[in-house]
Design a protein around this ligand. Structure first.
Ligand SMILES: [Zn+2]
Ligand SMILES: [Zn+2]
Length: 330
């Protein structure tokens, strides 16, 4: 029912693409990250909470339809529905069913609950298309609740020692998760404009996160002991100077690798990811009971081989053009 084409994952019967990277007429977008949500589609279909994000990132005038999780649309006999992927707010797995045959395209996902996005739903299917960003046994992420307390402890310690705190986290997804778990009695919370813009877009959907947008008139004394949440692109930019003296940390799944922190030039690295680690990927694949698995987005070859040799599945690696991991999405 699905084909892997140079424009993206395509369902010919429904004439719809999933996360296409070239302009097409009908696109289903799994979530708002830039390697999935691209400009130039005739019509967009996504989860309702992704609608304001796509309008913010792709333009207010795009033609877009939002679906609730579990709600279905029918196109030429194909039943299409979106289900929670647990990756970020509004992230969805796409389920397609035609004459009893079921395909699920995971998009990006994780199984651990982040306290913000709707938890991942395991769906049974015949064919499962899975991401594989962290599909190596070396990736075993700690319980995020422990990481949130480490972050809070570090912030309090910095404040006590006379330092401001800067946390680097991508603007859509990880920033909201972190903001949700900050112990705001420690100090004030400030936001880079990119984070503030996403929060403002999500407010219309009923989300509320702490933090004030940094403005040129923000007084330096108000930053004392505060925490600033900014996207990774802020690292090394002159924008950071006003926060001096500060300590800076990165929050990413890659922080698990020794040396990643040093290479990025930060004081601390917190292992926090919106993707599934090795254990979660294996668990997710098993839960689908799929006979055929297509592996995209990351370690396609080793994970497909693992699934063939150890899980006795028909597993194929699929190299989607344009699916390189983005800084936005770690
Ligand atoms: Zn992605
Ligand atoms: Zn993503």
């Amino acid at each position: 029912m699905l084909k892997f084409t140079k424009q993206g994952i395509y369902c010919p019967r429904a004439d719809v693409y999933i996360d296409p990277w070239e302009p097409v007429q009908n696109a289903i977008v799994t979530h708002g990250h830039s390697d999935h949500a691209r400009w130039g589609m005739g019509k967009y279909l996504c989860h309702i909470h992704t609608v304001p994000v796509l309008r913010l990132r792709l333009g207010a005038d795009i033609a877009i339809q939002g679906l609730e999780y579990g709600e279905a649309v029918h196109r030429n006999g194909v039943r299409i529905s979106l289900h929670p992927a647990g990756h970020i707010i509004g992230s969805a797995q796409v389920r397609l069913e035609y004459k009893g045959e079921v395909w699920v395209v995971s998009g990006d996902y994780k199984l651990v609950h982040d306290g913000v996005s709707v938890p991942f739903e395991a769906l049974r299917c015949h064919h499962f298309v899975t991401e594989s960003t962290f599909a190596l046994p070396v990736y075993r992420f700690p319980d995020p609740t422990l990481v949130f307390s480490e972050i809070n402890r570090w912030w309090a310690q910095n404040a006590a020692e006379g330092f401001n705190t800067v946390l680097l986290a991508y603007a859509l997804g990880k920033s909201q998760t972190i903001l949700q778990h900050l112990e705001t009695e420690t100090g004030r919370v400030f936001l880079h404009g990119a984070v503030a813009n996403v929060n403002a877009a999500l407010e219309g959907m009923g989300y509320q996160f702490p933090g004030e947008r940094i403005a040129t008139e923000t007084d330096r004394s108000s930053l004392k002991g505060a925490i600033v949440v900014a996207p990774p692109s802020a690292l090394g930019s002159p924008w950071l100077r006003r926060f001096s003296p500060y300590r800076i940390a990165s929050c990413s799944g890659w922080m698990q690798l020794r040396g990643a922190r040093r290479r990025r030039g930060v004081d601390r690295g917190f292992v926090l990811s919106d993707h599934a680690d090795w254990e979660q990927l294996n668990q997710a694949v098993s839960a689908t009971a799929a006979e055929t698995v297509y592996v995209t987005h990351g370690y396609e070859a080793p994970f497909a081989r693992w699934l063939r040799e150890h899980k006795d599945l028909q597993a194929h690696e699929v190299h989607l053009q344009g699916a390189e991991v983005m800084e936005d999405d770690l």
